[in-house]
Design a protein. Structure first.
Length: 325
């Protein structure tokens, strides 16, 4: 067991940022929506010496960036927008019809063509397809009374959308093209979902198991995990040694566990000094583990270095390039 190296991003240039200073000079790890400033902001620099840079678009109630893309979706005053070219100073917005509800979160297909808007509190899900060139809004699907949506995930192109439910008839459900939900895996308490290729991964906190579900024939196998009482996210990936691994984040456990994807043996736990709430792809080998909820908080991230490391990303003074859109 080893403790995480929580790395301070030392960026002396932060205080020198100004409106005429281009926000994308040097390497950029990715772009994220920053809730405290209601804006999309680049993560400038490499993790370990990165900072949350000036905003490129702002004045939004909520937003989400497609994985490894320069576009996303944003919401303001009951309207939904496609936000594009977020990796430049020419970022733009286009209103998307048919989206009238503010989601609590957004899940994406790996190719960025499908965005699943959803609200756990209000119990609904809505699918946007054809992004970014030909966006289409699907109908709003309500989760049945007595159930609560616990997790959402999609495969590479969004052709399979999985929803975890707790309460009445808990388990993993497939959202069909007819907007109906079909139970495909009964679980006691599904708290996290992810898809890699044709394999879906579901964390059952009720039995401390990970279920691997084939999207080809719906067969499944399971294996136990130890050391986590509050699993909140799962993500298949590759580590610095290019091994296929599975990361599981424990919220109140303040731990990230790494498992070998083939043998399911634990490789190492990574204790952290914060409470992870998500595991969202950022760079090629990095993830966001906790967003900023207030102006005085950093953004927390994780990189599959050797050894794996958690990093916090401080925010530069807010300067919106080109003004709020």
């Amino acid at each position: 067991m080893f403790r995480a190296s929580i790395c301070l991003s030392v960026c002396c240039s932060i205080g020198l940022l100004s409106a005429q200073h281009a926000p994308f000079e040097g390497p950029t790890e990715g772009v994220t929506f920053d809730l405290p400033t209601r804006s999309f902001r680049p993560i400038t620099g490499s993790l370990g010496s990165a900072f949350l840079g000036p905003a490129v678009l702002g004045d939004f109630d909520q937003g989400s960036v497609a994985p490894h893309k320069n576009y996303g979706v944003a919401f303001r005053d009951g309207r939904c927008f496609l936000v594009s070219v977020l990796d430049s100073q020419q970022a733009s917005t286009t209103m998307l019809p048919g989206c009238l509800n503010l989601p609590e979160d957004v899940a994406w297909s790996a190719d960025g063509s499908t965005a699943i808007l959803y609200s756990r509190t209000d119990g609904w899900v809505q699918v946007l397809t054809g992004l970014p060139d030909s966006p289409t809004s699907g109908a709003v699907v309500s989760i049945s009374p007595g159930s609560r949506m616990s997790a959402v995930a999609a495969d590479d192109d969004g052709s399979h959308i999985l929803i975890g439910k707790t309460g009445d008839m808990p388990g993993v459900y497939l959202l069909g093209k007819d907007q109906a939900l079909a139970l495909i895996l009964s679980l006691a308490n599904p708290t996290a979902l992810a898809v890699a290729g044709t394999t879906a991964y579901a964390v059952d906190a009720g039995t401390s198991q990970v279920f691997e579900l084939s999207l080809a024939d719906w067969s499944s196998q399971s294996w136990r995990f130890d050391g986590l009482t509050d699993p909140v996210a799962i993500q298949p990936s590759r580590d610095a040694a290019m091994r296929n691994v599975i990361y599981i984040a424990g919220g109140s456990d303040r731990t990230l566990w790494v498992y070998d994807a083939g043998s399911h043996n634990p490789i190492a736990p990574l204790p952290v000094d914060f409470v992870p709430t998500m595991m969202v792809p950022l760079g090629n080998h990095s993830f966001l583990l906790r967003p900023r909820l207030s102006q005085d908080e950093p953004l927390w991230s994780f990189a599959s270095d050797s050894p794996p490391m958690a990093y916090f990303i401080p925010a530069a003074p807010l300067t919106v390039s080109g003004g709020l859109q």
